[in-house]
Design a protein around this ligand. Structure first.
Ligand code: AVI
Length: 323
């Protein structure tokens, strides 16, 4: 029986998104090593926990990137043609985009996100504070090609991808995202992108193993979500959060470790765990300037200028589409 039929038989009538979630979970937990995609962290609870992570003392990326945008915003804006259309890939809190909008006169702002509801709330807030700005939200998966609104057809385009979300993509996915963005934004485009940098391993370790345990709750929440949305029976107390830095692959890895031998049932499927066995839930790649420049270059962009904070923790780059 497929997952959808099984869900119906158990009284879980799935919509399209939940069916896709179920299919991914069942396929990925059947593999060895077991894994889950980080895109499933972000239900309402996961998104709220992520907002809490961004203000933790150990989690430096958000405040460091905000500092760069605040301190260097004028310089970042200087080489942007006016009026351009600013296209944000993935729409989170508006704090970062507001810093760009304050420093640079954009003709239009196009936030792109899969969640249409979230987008319209965000758009309303910005329209109020920037009454001269045309806001055209697009509800789409920004990792695959989508059409830009006709209203910005004649304006130069500037992409915006802050937060080092690029780091959560595998290197081949990061390259394909940059290529897709280049195609969508078209010739002559620019892109402002935030990228987390390689650094002291202790700093990285602490950022993903915070003392207050918020990252642990964020990681474990994906199991809560499977229990709630797919009728799984994960015992949360039988899994431990662990983040490690994989030096060879330049990435933080997040895992959920089984504390004992156990079986978990999800939609009629049985998954057995050995003591100490991991579910690999996220990678967060850290780049050097050289490796990021090479990635951009091989993906249709060249780095025009880069900015960093005094401690060289985080970087913001202005890319231009190469011919
Ligand atoms: C969203 N992303 C850039 C975060 C990161 O740092 O990789 C997600 C995160 N995972 C644990 N803490 C934060």
């Amino acid at each position: 029986m497929n997952v959808h039929a099984h869900a119906l038989a158990q009284g879980y009538p799935f919509d399209e998104q939940t069916s896709a979630f179920a299919g991914d979970v069942i396929e990925n937990l059947a593999q060895y090593p077991k894994r889950l995609s980080p895109k499933y962290f972000y239900d309402a609870t996961g998104s709220a926990l992520f907002e809490q992570i961004t203000v933790l003392p150990e989690y430096y990326p958000t405040r460091t990137e905000l500092g760069i945008l605040r301190d260097r915003g004028r310089e970042i804006a200087a080489d942007i043609p006016k009026p351009a259309a600013l296209v944000e890939f993935g729409a989170g809190a508006t704090t970062k985009v507001r810093l760009l909008l304050q420093h640079c006169e954009f003709g239009a702002y196009v936030p792109v996100d899969i969640s249409g509801e979230f987008l319209s709330a965000q758009a309303d807030g910005l329209r109020k504070d920037f009454p001269d700005l045309d806001v055209h939200p697009v509800a789409a998966d920004f990792t695959t090609p989508f059409a830009l609104p006709a209203e910005i057809a004649d304006m130069p385009k500037v992409g915006f991808f802050p937060g080092s979300t690029l780091g959560n993509f595998e290197p081949h996915e990061a390259s394909s995202f940059l290529r897709t963005a280049r195609e969508i934004l078209s010739d002559g485009a620019q892109m402002i992108i935030g990228v987390d940098l390689e650094k002291d391993e202790r700093v990285l370790y602490d950022a993903y193993n915070d003392a207050a345990g918020v990252t642990a709750r964020f990681n474990l929440n994906v199991l809560v979500r499977i229990n709630r949305e797919l009728g799984g029976n994960f015992d949360l107390s039988a899994f431990t959060h662990r983040s490690i830095y994989n030096r060879d692959r330049h990435r933080i890895e997040m895992h959920l470790i089984s504390r004992k031998a156990q079986n978990v049932r999800i939609l009629g499927n049985n998954f057995s765990f050995r003591p100490g066995e991991s579910i690999h839930t996220e990678n967060s790649y850290k780049y050097s300037f050289e490796r990021f420049t090479a990635l951009a270059r091989s993906s249709g962009w060249s780095v025009r200028k880069s900015w960093t904070d005094p401690a060289r923790m985080f970087s913001v780059h202005a890319l231009v589409a190469s011919d």
